[in-house]
Design a binder for this molecule. Structure first.
Ligand code: FAD
Length: 477
């Protein structure tokens, strides 16, 4: 029997993890159904009074920024303050797709930055997947980086129309997406009802928590200080104030708090925290892999409107997730929101629909977490040289690689070194604010429901959903 409620993320339940602060033994409340930041906020002696750069948040964004700053200039003093523990946020819970995906299409980027701006972004994202792989090799981060590409199946005639259009679009923009016929798709992944698939080589699978832990270890080796259990109340350049009352004086500050950004004063409408939920099976025997495929560790999904994503893990399970959990009024983030039994049920049913053989195997883990979405779905990197305050985020569900690009870019901006990265279209992007409540709650949840209805409409009519166009309008991409 499998437990009915949530559990630790699969990635945190790792007997091979290197020694370090463990989520279950450190100062954070860890419950059966979720994990919360403590508000106790005790002063800690390891918070330095001064630093050249003070970074808030020890997810990928904060840690990549620290890593590239210290690599470029080892004389800098860099401190990372984390409310809970390294990888507490989306960086320790995600689906482990290191992809060149980006939530905004190149046409939208071209409309503001010209076609060359859009093409430079496509190329930078592809290069980022390679960069991440080479840092893992150089720093000996044992996170199972395997670049097998991604297969997105077309499992109905309507999905095949969208898939072929995606391949044509990919050909124009050079994003690497190609169409595979049903046999070629089946050779990579034997899902049910295959009409074909798109394949894109710019995607690797990783174990997300090993990546974030390995990155934290690399930052410490370079001389960076990471303080866990250190929630920050106010982050301005010049001064970062912790909930404990301690203050770090720093010439540069970086806010790398993604979904939690809405908790800072004045930023309630900057980012909407939207939940994505995941499950994992028990390790699967070789006979199942002979049947399913994924021999090159391809990540996988299909072309439905509700986002789904899966990977074959380093220990031969399937980790599989999807959106569809509700957005919570007032941009609230609570431990219990990580666990939505009905959504877990839908995700497991979808997984069994893709691979019926998996009905024979237990689902051992269920978890979730919030990701960050700006009103126009546009990620951004910003830095104000006058104030010394930088930030990056709004990656939607495409942050595993994009955070690396953000970290490299922030490192150049903070050091005042103009580079091709600092000229990319997302640098300095300003998104409009989300609507005040209750409009925000209505709008975000309507978008989620429209995606579900569009999939039902396609199943009923066999044609591309008219509601899909409404969805594009709602999500602005
Ligand atoms: C379930 C799930 C699946 C996903 N799957 C994928 C995927 O397969 N591929 C992909 O590309 N993207 C995926 N994403 C998105 C991706 O994980 C994120 O975009 C990325 O991890 C964001 O990294 P980050 O460092 O900006 O934010 P986070 O990892 O969320 O880090 C923010 C950190 O800031 C800390 N913090 C917050 N407030 C404070 C404060 N006041 N003081 C101090 N610290 C604070 C938090 O504790 C947290 O550790 C997924 C996300 C989720 C939730």
């Amino acid at each position: 029997m499998t437990p009915a409620v949530g559990s630790l993320p699969l990635w945190w339940d790792d007997p091979t993890a290197p020694l370090g602060p463990s989520p279950t033994t450190s100062r954070y409340a860890v419950g059966q159904q979720g994990f919360s930041l403590t508000t106790a906020a005790l002063p800690t002696s390891d918070v330095p009074a001064r630093a050249d750069v003070c970074i808030v948040g020890a997810g990928y964004t904060g840690l990549w920024t620290a890593y590239y700053l210290l690599r470029a200039d080892p004389s800098l003093s860099v401190v990372v303050l984390e409310a809970a523990h390294v990888g507490f946020g989306a960086s320790g819970r995600n689906g482990g797709w290191v992809s060149a995906l980006y939530p905004v299409g190149p046409e939208a980027i071209a409309s503001s930055h010209g076609e060359s701006g859009a093409r430079s972004m496509v190329a930078a994202l592809q290069e980022t997947v390679r960069e991440l792989g080479s840092v893992c090799a150089d720093e000996r981060i044992d996170c199972g980086f395997a670049q097998g590409g991604t297969v997105v199946a077309a499992r109905s005639a309507a999905q095949a129309v969208r898939a072929r259009a995606a391949a044509q679009h990919g050909e124009y923009w050079g994003d690497g997406t190609v169409w595979l016929d049903a046999d070629a798709a089946h050779e990579r992944v034997a899902m049910t009802r295959l009409h074909g698939a798109t394949f894109n080589p710019h995607c690797a699978r990783v174990h997300p928590k090993r990546l974030v832990d390995g990155l934290a270890a690399a930052v410490r080796r370079l001389g960076g200080v990471i303080v866990e259990g250190a929630p920050v109340e106010v982050a301005f350049a010049g001064q970062v104030r912790l909930a404990s009352g301690q203050v770090v004086r720093a010439r540069h500050a970086v806010r790398a708090t993604e979904a939690w950004t809405a908790r800072f004063p004045g930023l309630r409408r900057a980012i909407a925290p939207v939940y994505s939920l995941m499950v994992a099976t028990e390790p699967l025997p070789a006979s199942v892999w002979d049947e399913i495929g994924l021999a090159r560790r391809e990540t996988f999904a299909d072309h439905r409107h509700v986002v789904i994503y899966g990977q074959r893990t380093v220990d031969d399970r399937i980790a599989f997730g999807g959106r569809g959990a509700p957005y919570h009024f007032g941009s609230r983030i609570r431990p219990e929101f990580d666990c939505e039994p009905e959504v877990f049920g839908d995700i497991i049913e979808t997984l069994h629909e893709l691979f019926p053989t998996l009905r024979e195997y237990a689902v051992t883990h269920r978890w979730g977490g919030p990701l960050g979405i700006a009103r126009d779905w546009h990620p951004r990197v910003t830095y104000h040289a006058d104030s010394g305050l930088g930030t990056a985020g709004g990656y939607v569900g495409d942050g595993v690689a994009t955070t690396n690009l953000a970290g490299r870019t922030l490192a150049d901006l903070i050091r005042g070194v103009p580079s091709p990265l600092t000229r990319l279209p997302w640098v300095g992007h300003r998104s409009p604010s989300w609507e005040p409540e209750p409009l925000r709650w209505l709008g975000v949840n309507a978008g989620l429901r429209v995606a579900e209805w569009a999939d039902v409409e396609e199943q009923m009519t066999g044609r591309p959903a008219v509601l899909g166009r409404a969805l594009s309008a709602l999500t602005a991409h």
